[in-house]
Design a protein around this ligand. Structure first.
Ligand code: NAD
Ligand code: GLY
Length: 371
């Protein structure tokens, strides 16, 4: 059987380099592509209830056709699953199964499953392998690549974790067919982010093709995923553990967005990607206010997110808090450095940079004067 052409991208990390395979229909030949990583007759697959119902049968069929079977571990869907209790239950199950260091656990789901499974793989027996089969657009273009793994704690999101790179990433855009449209749009915010960071041509591509992507055009989806993971792979290879400031560029919109998510209780009221969209618009509007980028560029970014059905500011995100309240949330950001908070600002579309001279009182005043 043949499937759509495969666009392989490599994350260049020396001995920890790995391949990201992207192709329409690839899930149906997953067993073949995973053969180098999963040697057991029973493949351990961690997933959530939604993905188990909608997509696991395809993966299972492929594995069975190759003469193997799937040992599924099915967790509840949603952000709350990234907690200590689920981590303990997952690691207990992996140990009961007899997982070995040489094994590769399969993370089959969105960013929640990828982050939790990756962290479990990082700590079980001091580290075993895992592969990512991301099933949301957000996970396909961002969280499945780069090795950030984590759970949430009482003190905040993603505060307990480790850098642990997957051995392989398998991306099949066709799984997006069952993804709720709101989740697809939220993931699209992270696609647009790559254009805004350092690729103005890709942002222009998004302006032209974004609507097609969101209505399910497979060619547009595949191209967006390929360009996004190529950009992410390059940045991760340059700064794997976010030490040099290069990888921090991937956090464009996240400081403003984090404050919005905190204000809405990290709930379904505002999905992570929606908060990132609004946060990026605020970062551009603030950059324009400081004379760093043109008002026209900030307006262009805002218009594109609005066209995509994503929130482009505080009101659109359903947030009515004043600047002081939002700044208080930002002070809890894990990116705080010696009492100061670095911000991703822009000199224009595709010209994001890390600013360490931002006065939080000025940001508060800006937030009080914007909607
Ligand atoms: P998610 O994993 O909660 O998935 C969103 C929803 O979609 C869930 O209800 C899930 O069950 C459902 N779903 C997944 N695939 C589906 C499919 N194909 N069809 C139907 N339903 C499907 O959320 P997400 O947006 O994928 O990920 C968010 C998480 O990712 C957050 O915890 C965030 O912190 C993390 N994240 C991590 C990184 C990283 O670098 N590690 C980067 C960005 C975000
Ligand atoms: N999503 C941010 C990062 O991977 O660094």
């Amino acid at each position: 059987m043949t499937f759509g052409s495969t666009n392989d991208v490599t994350v260049q990390l020396g001995a920890r380099s790995y391949t990201i395979a992207i192709a329409d229909g690839l899930l149906d030949s997953a067993a073949h592509r995973l053969a180098d990583y999963v040697s057991r007759e029973r493949m351990i697959v961690v997933t959530d209830e939604n993905v188990a119902k909608l997509q696991l049968p395809r993966l299972t069929a492929s594995v069975q056709a190759a003469g193997m079977s799937v040992h599924p571990i099915v967790l509840p869907p949603g952000e709350a699953t990234k907690n200590w209790q689920q981590l303990e239950m997952l690691t207990d199950q992996l140990l009961a199964f007899g997982v070995e260091r040489g094994d590769h656990i399969v993370a089959f789901g969105g960013g929640v499953i990828g982050d939790l499974t990756g962290f479990a793989a990082a700590i079980v027996k001091r580290g075993c392998g895992f592969v990512q089969i991301p099933t949301t657009l957000l996970a396909q273009v961002d969280s499945s690549v780069g090795g950030k793994t984590a759970i949430n704690s009482r003190a905040g999101k993603n505060l307990i974790g480790a850098f642990h790179q997957p051995g392989f990433v398998l991306i099949d855009p066709s799984v997006l067919d069952t993804l709720p449209p709101r989740e697809l749009r939220a993931g699209y915010a992270e696609v647009v982010k790559y254009g805004l960071i350092d690729d103005a041509d890709f942002f222009a591509w998004c302006e032209n093709q974004g609507a097609d992507l969101l209505t399910g055009d497979r060619t547009a989806q595949t191209e967006a995923i390929r360009r996004s993971v190529t950009a992410k792979a390059r940045i991760v290879a340059e700064d794997e553990t976010e030490r040099s400031g290069r990888r921090a560029l991937l956090n464009l919109g996240h400081t403003f967005g984090h404050a919005l998510e905190a204000e809405t209780g990290f709930s379904d009221a505002l999905l992570h990607g929606e908060a990132v969209a609004a946060g990026i618009c605020l970062a551009f509007a603030y950059s324009a206010r400081r004379g760093l980028c043109s008002a026209a560029d900030a307006e262009r970014v805002s218009a594109h997110f609005a066209d995509a059905g994503l929130p482009n500011g505080l009101a659109a995100a359903g947030v009515r808090a004043d600047g002081a309240t939002l700044i208080a949330h930002m002070r809890h950001d894990k990116k705080m450095e010696g009492g100061a908070l670095p911000f991703l600002l822009a000199r224009g579309i595709g010209e994001t940079f890390l600013a360490r001279d931002v006065d939080l009182n000025d940001v508060a005043a800006f937030l009080d004067g914007t909607d």
